[in-house]
Design a protein around this ligand. Structure first.
Ligand code: SF4
Length: 290
């Protein structure tokens, strides 16, 4: 089958060749473990049951997870092994099963999720560069969407992530996620049961683009949409190749975006302290898949 799983529509047979994402047709996992550094409704007190998939359909030059996403660190797993990882995390008390960077495996994951017997929500933790028809296939299988909405400017998206027409694809995908889940629902302890949390990482020198992203969310999805405004950018991987982005975000830049977020009247959101912008914040990639 020729792969058209994401907007790149590479039309390659992944059993014999690789497309933009470099993933084969077999699922590869880098890490599966409880994670305590997601947004509070995701990590809660007991942790989120994260499964980090190898490879990614974007090529972000500043990617903090590039060892997994671009160098492909991980190992192949069978469907049974993947289900076993999810059940183990659920047994360990995870508030949810959090599928991190799953887009390139959407077609493989749908039948697995149809078989999964989970009593905690499934979180689809993606970069947003997805096709609406694939997001529709997740209806009823995924309860919580945690997409990025990285850029408003297509030029910025092309320069930073090599992704043509990022905003039109990602905004349509996020709108479909919101349509499926409606208003967010939470347990009494504040962990999320169903809904959407849109992540946006503020980039150095790109305050206006961030404000345009927030404007779009408020106008098109409504200011009842939960937004995670992230400040954890630091220049890693190939960020040096990006003009003006070989530095951290300044407090003034983040504050301008945060003020705009407040002015737009968002009812629910998560912000980060600038001290989160350090390598320690990223997962420890030395952990084996388990
Ligand atoms: S999932 Fe990978 S191979 Fe398939 S269309 Fe997207 S980038 Fe290409």
């Amino acid at each position: 089958m020729l792969c058209t799983a994401c907007p790149f529509e590479c039309e390659v047979d992944r059993s014999i060749e690789r497309g933009k994402c470099r993933a084969s047709d077999r699922i590869e996992v880098s890490i599966a473990r409880l994670h305590h550094w997601e947004e509070p409704p995701i990590s809660g007190s007991q942790g989120s049951g994260t499964v980090f998939f190898s490879h990614c359909n974007l090529r972000c030059r500043f990617c903090q997870n590039y060892e997994i996403s671009q160098l492909g660190r991980g190992r192949e797993v069978t469907d049974e092994q993947l289900l076993g990882m999810m059940y183990r995390l659920q047994d360990q008390g995870a508030h949810n099963i959090n599928l991190v960077s799953p887009t390139q495996y959407t077609d493989q994951l749908v039948p697995i999720l149809e078989r999964a017997e989970l009593h905690v929500p499934v979180v689809w933790n993606s970069n947003g560069y997805e096709k609406v028809d694939r997001v529709r296939r997740l209806e009823g299988l995924v309860q919580v969407f945690l997409p990025d909405l990285k850029y408003h400017s297509d030029e910025l998206a092309r320069r930073c992530s090599g992704a043509p027409a990022y905003f039109s694809h990602a905004s349509a995908a996020v709108a479909e996620m919101k349509r499926q889940t409606g208003t967010n629902r939470y347990r009494d302890d504040g962990t999320i049961l169903a809904g959407v949390i849109v992540r946006h990482l503020v980039l150095p020198g790109q305050v206006e683009d961030s404000i345009r992203v927030l404007d779009w969310i408020a106008k098109e999805l409504g200011n009842d949409t939960s937004v995670s405004l992230m400040a954890q950018y630091y220049p890693c991987h190939r960020a040096r190749e990006l003009d003006g982005m070989n530095r951290r975000l300044t407090a003034a830049e983040y504050e301008r975006v945060r003020k705009s977020f407040l002015k737009l009247g968002f009812e629910e959101g998560h912000t980060q302290d600038l001290s989160s912008a350090k390598k320690d914040y990223t997962p420890d990639f030395e952990q084996p898949a388990s």
